[in-house]
Write a protein that binds this ligand. Sequence first.
Ligand code: TXA
Ligand code: MG
Length: 340
Amino acid sequence: MKTKQLFLNEEQRQGSLNTAAEILKNGGTVAVPTETVYGLAASALSDSAVAKIFTAKGRPQDNPLIVHISDVKMLFKVAKEIPDVVFRLAEKFWPGPLTLVLPKGENVCESVSAGLDTVAVRCPKNETALELIKTSGLPLAAPSANLSGSPSPTKASHVVADLNGKIDAVLMGEDCAVGVESTVVTLVTHPPRLLRPGAVTAEQLREFLPDLVIDPAVLKELESGEQAASPGMKYKHYAPKKQVFLVEGESRAFCDYVNHRENAVALCFEDEAEKITIEKLVYGSSDSAETLAKNLFDMLRKIDTLEADEAYVHAPEKTGVGLAVYNRLIRAAGFKVITL
Ligand code: TXA
Ligand code: MG
């Protein structure tokens, strides 16, 4: 299949959005920028459209998708038995990087939820994503627009590298502002549970959900036989082809440690670069987890373009947005953590 690249400069924008909306209404697939990562969208109302997402990504059939809506009104079309706290959360965090798991509405097709009776829903903040939902008039099922298992796409070029020839079109938008996927919280369990950390932090959510618990799978590997509350948690994820190690420790200890590695690259903080004598990539400043999040997936992709056999990544603090960065890195490392 030939993948159309749809451009979003002033003259082409409306035409591109109309073309993309037509493709979606006809049961096709379109990659779209969101503020978190690029998504691969199809109509959430059509099993045959959603099947194309799973095929293009090579995604395991039991891993459900997030449904994207353009406003709270649309929530009633995709979910049911909506508790009041959802409206307070929506007022504060939507549009934005927060996904809520709720009882599934009847219209949403089976394969979106991979057979579960719940549905994950979010209202994205990116203008292009919002306009695409409005123009198509459809709730859009959209996982990250990468090949399953590889780092999520935060640039249009990442999508093209992974999915060219496998999807109908890509909206060629800007780089993603947040850089890690949305926070996922399930409200169907008591107490509510954080399944995946993102830019909306646990600390922010506790103002609305004081009894929020953090799923153990956020920070550690599931034991064999343990059931994942969020099916996506059990897969190796976000991983370059090279072996990645996540290194925890003080700055000086990290620099010393990596300087003794051979055939390796370090992924480090800004102020460490000059102290590191092996090949290095910088992913941001240790006191700004937001910058680490924004650059993370691009850097994980860059690791694969280098000669080195292994990568050593300096772990961020596990607070605020740092928890989301740590959660992605520990999966990219296949849970191989070195504590100095
Ligand atoms: O920021 C994002 O969330 C991006 C953009 C495109 O919106 N989307 C995204 O989708 O990251 P995906 O498919 O890569 O991740 C969805 C996560 C998976 O871990 C999946 O298991 C979980 O959400 N999920 C989806 N539906 C669920 C449900 N009904 N119950 C529990 N977990 C669910
Ligand atoms: Mg993904």
